[in-house]
Structures are given as C-alpha cells and as structure tokens.
Design a binder for this molecule. Structure first.
Ligand SMILES: [Zn+2]
Length: 61
C-alpha cells in the first residue's frame, strides 16, 4: 500500500491549486481554449490541500 506522501505527490504536488471550484472551472475552460480538448478532464476537490485541481476524471464506472 502506498504511503500518504506518495499519494499526495501524485494527486496534489506539482498541480495548480485553485481556491474554489469556479476558479478551477475557468482555468479548465482556458486550457481547452488554448490547447484544445485534451480528454476527459475535470475539476476535483483535493483532500490534501483543500483546494481544487484540474485532472483526468477518475475512472469510477
Ligand atoms: Zn492539492
């Protein structure tokens, strides 16, 4: 089982942190506008820093 530190590094470290979901959504829209559709990206709440990050949608289905 991976350590919490490793999980944090993958899910949080190195990513842009947004203070709220609206800011993250705006950043995501700008990203799409700039580079085009890059796949299933979404905004998710980060449990480590309590911010919001943009990332690939988790495969929950
Ligand atoms: Zn984070």
């Amino acid at each position: 089982m991976a350590s919490k530190r490793a999980i944090r590094r993958k899910a949080c470290k190195g990513k842009v942190r947004h203070l709220n979901a609206d800011g993250a959504q705006i950043a995501l829209a700008k990203l799409f506008r700039r580079v085009g559709y890059t796949g299933h990206m979404n905004v998710y709440r980060c449990r480590f820093c309590n911010g919001y990050h943009i990332g690939h949608a988790p495969r929950t289905t």
